[in-house]
Design a protein around this ligand. Structure first.
Ligand SMILES: Nc1nc2c(ncn2[C@@H]2O[C@H](COP(=O)(O)OP(=O)(O)OP(=O)(O)O)[C@@H](O)[C@H]2O)c(=O)[nH]1
Ligand SMILES: [Mg+2]
Length: 454
């Protein structure tokens, strides 16, 4: 069981050598403890949001010249008093100052404990707290946009609004329960159905957005497959704009994966070049092909590349059929259009083939556009709320199941008390997202994944 009213301390900046390091102290004794080792202005007397130069010392022996920033409760990150000491960025000095502060009565903070306190003190809700961790991990334009929107409460507001609508609905039903003897229906059943349907629609849209949210947050593993010599390695190099993979006219050049990440309009795509798919007696190549099949199954997106000169219609049909079995979004891309003008005609019966020349950088812009389309990127750019968090996704999935039960209950004219139960369930699951409903296990789970000092 964690205590939340003592004073905690941690290094807020990264471990290792830096120009400066920031040590953060938070809790009721933060200012008092800092002031015992700080020589300069008396920190206890200074106003909030002020910065003070001074000396950290141990019984008069100088340790470092530092700057102390004071935030007084409740106007601080955690909501408690905070002192941030910016010292010289040596691990040795940091350790010495930390030891002094611990000796003075602070304790080492656990992972995420500052943000946990911010949540417990009502400074932010749970979804916002989780976005803080996302912000620290941000590595692309798109993941940044999603994280900052969530951190600033955009996503939470959507959930709170949905929950409020559902609460209004619940109170009507509860009213009926109070008068259950008299067999009255305050809530017009048709209106109820419409309301729940509309809430459910919003929840379902959020659930659906997770496909995109997940790839925005974690990148899109995109596997390039096709027969030997189709030009897969050439395509990888063209997309990366560097000679990463070996290219040759020998079929079976690539034996192992070659992969790298690039950002397209702020989304990270991790492209994986693979061994060409064919029957082979070469043991090494066979292993490569088996691994290609494995890699395909783990992909979020598959590019099937074929050489327009050497591929028959039937071969293409077979290949597409095999890929379809995986139920993973895919693009069919015809390569080497520089060598032919007539061959493309052979594939006129296929929808949506993208034609390129990997070797001559032709058609790559169209391919990039199709890649973004395949992950439904447009819906993100229009500013729709996107779910990026697995936990939120699960809570929303549970919510929609409960709402489905509510709709069934209304339809089957179930007694109000059963109806009320299903609605309470839905309210519970929505409340889990923003942390209106919570428990120690859940909090422990979320905050243990944070870094120490955050
Ligand atoms: N004319 C032309 N040749 C290309 C094009 N793309 C690739 N090639 C050539 O096709 C041959 C095979 O290219 P690779 O990129 O090695 O093909 P791969 O699909 O990686 O082949 P494996 O690794 O053996 O499976 C090389 O000689 C390339 O130069 C293109 O757009 N036009
Ligand atoms: Mg290759």
């Amino acid at each position: 069981m964690l205590i939340h009213n003592d004073t905690i301390v941690a290094l807020a900046t990264a471990n290792g050598v830096g120009a400066i390091a920031v040590i953060r102290i938070s809790g009721p004794e933060a200012i008092a403890i800092a002031s015992t080792v700080f020589k300069g202005k008396n920190l206890i007397d200074v106003p909030t949001h002020t910065v003070h130069f001074g000396l950290i010392h141990r019984n008069g022996e100088p340790i470092d010249e530092v700057v102390a920033t004071i935030f007084k409760s409740p106007k601080s990150y955690t909501g408690d008093d905070i002192v941030e000491i910016s010292c010289h960025g040596s691990s040795f000095i940091v350790k010495k100052i930390m030891q002094l502060l611990i000796a003075g009565g602070a304790r080492y903070a656990r992972a995420g404990e500052f943000t946990l306190r911010a949540f417990l003190n009502g400074k932010i809700d749970l979804a916002q707290a989780e976005a803080v961790a996302d912000m620290i991990a941000v590595d692309s334009e798109a993941s940044h946009i999603a994280a900052i929107a969530q951190m600033r409460g955009g996503f939470s507001q959507d959930i709170i609004n949905l929950r409020q609508e559902l609460l209004n609905f619940a109170s009507l039903i509860e009213l009926e329960l109070d008068f259950s003897e008299e067999d009255v229906e305050f809530a017009d059943r048709k209106k109820l159905t419409d309301l729940v349907t509309s809430i459910k629609r919003s929840v379902d849209a959020l659930i659906k957005s997770f496909d995109l949210g997940n790839v925005i947050k974690n990148g899109v593993p995109t596997v390039i497959v096709g027969k030997p010599n189709a030009g897969k390695s050439t395509l990888l190099n063209a997309l990366l704009k560097e000679d990463k993979a070996m290219v040759s006219e020998i079929a079976g050049t690539t034996r192992d994966f070659i992969e790298d990440e690039i950002s397209i309009e702020g989304v990270n795509f991790r492209f994986v070049d693979t061994a060409g798919l064919r029957e082979t007696i070469d043991k090494l190549e066979h292993m490569g092909i088996e691994r290609t099949r494995q890699k395909m199954k783990q992909a979020s997106l598959i590019i099937y590349l074929f050489d327009v000169n050497t591929t028959s219609e039937n071969e293409l049909i077979e290949a597409i059929d095999e890929i379809k079995l995986l139920s993973i979004p895919y693009l069919i891309v015809g390569n080497k259009i520089d060598t032919t003008s007539k061959k493309i005609h052979a594939f006129r019966n296929f929808d949506g083939i993208i034609y390129i020349s990997a070797a001559h950088n032709a058609g790559l812009e169209a391919l990039r556009t199709k890649l973004l389309e395949a992950i439904n990127y447009a819906s993100f750019k229009t500013g729709n709320t996107i779910v990026t968090n697995m936990r939120h996704f699960e809570s929303l999935s549970n919510t929609t199941t409960s709402l489905h039960k509510v709709l069934l209950a209304i339809e089957q004219k179930t007694a109000s008390d059963f109806l009320a139960q299903d609605i309470r369930q839905a309210l519970y699951f929505l409340g889990e997202i923003t942390g209106e409903i919570t428990n120690d296990d859940l909090l422990g789970n979320i905050f243990s994944k944070f870094c120490i000092g955050k």
